[in-house]
Ligand binder design. Structure first.
Ligand code: DSN
Length: 416
């Protein structure tokens, strides 16, 4: 990417960008929701489409000059439909939280009830946490996982029959097991609820056919485009044709204004990349890498929540395993150049600011080309750093090793 104008006109911003490129290159990103987009996606993001207002949809816009935006948005829709086998797609949501809000408002009335996964059991803030706007508008009832990490679908059904929700919501941001899509859909049908799934975390695994596709089981499917799917930051809503009008109207004019066309342009590029056969290899490698991480951490005496991983991340009870709070573990890993996030574990006795766990995700380093061999080494570095979190010299040495490995797996060759 060409930063030569920026270098001249705004050296402060230029310098911060250069520093961030260095941080991403020399550090190891294990935040489960992050990834590295391709240089083509970065190029698409930085185009003149950022100048254009295009309220409405292809062929039905409110402003003139849409001959090119229509091409871009139509391609993004066409490619995402093919990728997920979706009946209808709206590619305009700015990100995952707005996509969920748009989806709720398309089919629910204020005060309606939604059954969603409890946050500490792996659910997402926008699935009903009291601090969110959606929880002020709708009445959320949380369901939880069992001690063995599974979801008890009979219990869920009983809860649904008792609460009579208008929507049953599947999906998560820290749950590591596969969902039974069919059971969710059957329960929703039984109680006359709309079924929705938020696949933000696993969209890339679905697109890459590494895990089953839920699209045929749910009325509405929301996602982000920047996690495992490896696109620009953004959201997307897929739905059955019968909900298409309601979703589109709820997006615009209901919730958002003009779509960010440069972003939609980059989404289209990312969807094109995900349709390529190499993306299947990538998605399958993510699953293999996560499994190695789980296995090696278990060997080192770490308690893996939900018993195992069937996707791209592991949730580790660092406090229960080693007496190290999640915050301290996160900080120790930061010091060796490995970025993770502290995370609640189911019914965590500690606060969200200093929870018992950390969440570790594998999509970004898999993009860099790291495989089982490297993941094994990294798992032991993670264990070493947590166990020796107070030993600054030890951490400094480990940091050098992390940097050395990262240098072998270059992310961007042509950025500066
Ligand atoms: N922040 C994202 C995550 O880390 O899961 C979801 O919003």
């Amino acid at each position: 990417m060409n930063l030569k104008n920026l270098k001249k006109t705004d050296p402060e911003i230029y310098q911060a960008i250069v520093q961030e490129i260095k941080r991403q290159q020399e550090g190891m990103e294990l935040i489960a929701s992050e990834n590295y987009v391709s240089e083509a996606v970065l190029e698409a993001l930085g185009t003149v489409f950022t100048n254009k207002y295009s309220e409405g949809y292809p062929g039905k816009r409110y402003y003139g000059g849409q001959e090119n935006t229509d091409i871009i948005e139509s391609l993004a829709i066409k490619r995402s439909k093919k990728l997920f086998r979706a009946e209808h797609v709206n590619v305009q949501p700015h990100s995952g939280a707005p996509a969920n809000m748009i989806a709720y408002s398309a089919v629910l009335q204020p005060g309606d009830k939604i059954l969603g996964m409890d946050l500490s059991h792996g659910g997402h803030l926008t699935h009903g946490h009291p601090v969110t706007l959606s929880a002020k508008i709708y009445k959320f009832i949380g369901y939880k996982t069992e001690a063995d990490g599974s979801i008890d679908y009979q219990k869920l059904e009983k809860l649904a029959i008792k609460e009579k929700p208008k929507m049953i919501l599947a999906g998560f941001s820290a749950y590591t097991r596969q969902l039974d899509y069919k059971k969710f859909s059957e329960i929703a049908k039984k109680v006359g609820a709309i079924s929705m799934i938020d696949i933000a975390h696993i969209a890339g695994l679905i697109a890459g056919k590494a895990i089953p596709n839920p699209i045929s089981y749910f009325d509405i499917v929301t996602t982000t485009t920047h996690k495992t799917l490896r696109g620009p930051r953004g959201g997307m809503i897929m739905c059955k044709n019968e909900f298409a009008k309601a979703i589109d109207k709820a997006n615009f004019p209901g919730f958002q204004g003009g779509p960010h066309m440069n972003n939609i342009c980059a989404k289209a590029v990312a969807f094109g990349e995900a349709l390529h056969p190499s993306f299947k290899t990538y998605a399958k490698q993510i699953i293999r890498n996560a499994k190695v991480l789980e296995t090696e951490l278990k060997k080192r005496g770490f308690k893996i929540m939900f018993e195992k991983t069937e996707n791209h991340m592991v949730l580790v009870d660092v406090f229960g395993s080693k007496g190290v709070p999640g915050k301290i573990a996160e900080e120790a890993l930061d010091k060796i150049g490995i970025t993770v996030n502290k995370n609640m574990i189911p019914d965590d006795p500690h606060s969200p600011f200093d929870p018992s766990g950390i969440r570790i995700g594998i999509p970004a380093i898999t993009t860099r080309g790291m495989k089982e061999k490297e993941i094994k080494i990294i798992a032991h570095w993670i264990a070493d750093a947590i166990e020796n979190h107070a030993d600054e010299k030890f951490l400094r040495n480990l940091h050098e090793q992390v940097k050395k490995l990262c240098r072998k797996f270059v992310i961007y060759k042509h950025l500066i």
